[in-house]
Design a protein. Structure first.
Length: 111
């Protein structure tokens, strides 16, 4: 068996992965790859900067529910404080946001 970077359940439990609803989306000036998203987690709103602009138009994201890593340390990207990370899949050529197959409330936690 190929050795992988395995983690224990205690490491997974540290991740706060939640469902967020995109309220606003716009391109980040000066970047071809970045979008600025305003999302709702139900009881709070956050700003995220995501490298998904080559695959998604901002207007198509408004109202969409996405998964995000909510307990990532905030980080300034192009002068914008990103308060989490959008979770997506990529095969190197295409990208797909991770979205729920049922209508769950904003802030629902992954387990």
């Amino acid at each position: 068996m190929e050795e992988r970077n395995l983690i224990g359940i205690e490491d997974f439990l540290k991740l706060d992965i939640r469902l967020a609803k995109v309220l606003e989306a716009e391109r980040v000036e000066g970047s071809e790859k970045l979008l600025k998203l305003r999302v709702s987690l139900g009881d709070e709103e956050r700003t995220l900067v995501a490298g998904i602009a080559k695959f998604y138009n901002p207007e198509d994201l408004v109202g969409k529910k996405i998964l995000m890593l909510a307990n990532l340390k905030p980080r300034k990207i192009f002068g914008i404080e990103s308060q989490g990370m959008v979770l997506a899949l990529s095969d190197g050529e295409e990208m797909s946001l991770i979205v729920p197959d049922r209508d769950l409330g904003e802030g629902a936690k992954a387990s």
